[in-house]
Design a protein around this ligand. Sequence first.
Ligand code: LRH
Ligand code: MN
Ligand code: MN
Length: 404
Amino acid sequence: MNAADVGRGDRQKGSALMGILPQNILDQLQEQAIELPSWAFGNSGTRFKVFGTPGTPRDPFEKISDAAQVNKLTGLAPIVALHIPWDLSDFDALRKHAEDEGVELGTINSNTFQDDEYKFGALTHEDARIRQKAIDHHLECIDVMDKTGSRDLKIWLAEGSNYPGQADMRGRQDRLQESLQKIYARLSDDQRLVLEYKFFEPSFYHTDVPDWGTSYAQVAALGDKALVCLDTGHHAPGTNIEFIVMQLLRLGKLGSFDFNSRFYADDDLIVGAADPFQLFRILFEVVRGGGFNNPDVQFMLDQCHNVENKILGQIRSVLNVQEMTARALLVDTDALREAQVSGDVLAANQVFMDAFYTDVRPALAEWREGRGLPADPMRAYLDSGYQEKIEADRVGGQQAGWGA
Ligand code: LRH
Ligand code: MN
Ligand code: MN
């Protein structure tokens, strides 16, 4: 009998949980921690329009309070990542505020993509003065990490060129390594650098860190405290992302995820919304490669909620990750291995699909309730009165957005 059959029988008896999610899986799910991006709570949009929404945070403190709601209702999101300079503030006070709200401050994301001087590069720029300015920004980010108690500095670089011949691609790789070495040297023993790749945008011909191989080559040359960040939306359509996850875990260089989903490019939609099966396949490789609940692999969301409620969008996202993790943990790995070894292609595929098609949502709702959390966190948020309160309180003042 496979997991799906067990689940059907037990649901008839009234308990979704019993039988479908064994204790060892629940124990692993209990430890799951997903990091939320502060910018998911600010206003965002496309280059066509940014919609302002009532109740949007006016400062980093309010972003933290909103993120804390997600954690209170799901028990899944105890960490909040910051973006510098968007979240510049009194970091001692912000850390205290986060603690009061029951969350901690996490990854510090640098930003070298909104300054005129970085038009032709930052860490790779031909001009040593501009390179130094970009390096100094990262050193300031590490100062922030010292205050917030953050472990990870996440670097995504918007650098590249638009036309063949425009830039010396080789020289830029060398300068990138030189600049990264200066940043790396400032990290303390318990801090890390994660280098995020993206295949295009804002540059359209070449990008200096376009793929996992380049990120790997750059961080491998730095040392053990430098790792790769995999943003799920940063690959060409059709890329087998789970293969990359497998390879980076195998090499011990997967430092973090930026989870989101996409239909076309870097859409930053809710993780698991566009292609739930892809999320399942990724999480299966995470579990297979020892990445799940491994403190060396950070699970972060990197999303924007342009048209939907932001707090509900984040709640939906962490639940999607939890549901797909539960399904990935349900794969009968013994049966899978047996089928693989014996060359039984279709049996192997069926074992895999049985887990994917198992609806774990009722079981997770029941388990949540048993731990004093709402069975339906989305409903609980709507009933909590929090949204009405922030809409009433946060009138006037400048709303914080993606980039502010
Ligand atoms: C770049 C990116 C990177 C940035 C974030 C706002 O596309 O994924 O992680 O820091 O978006
Ligand atoms: Mn990202
Ligand atoms: Mn992105």
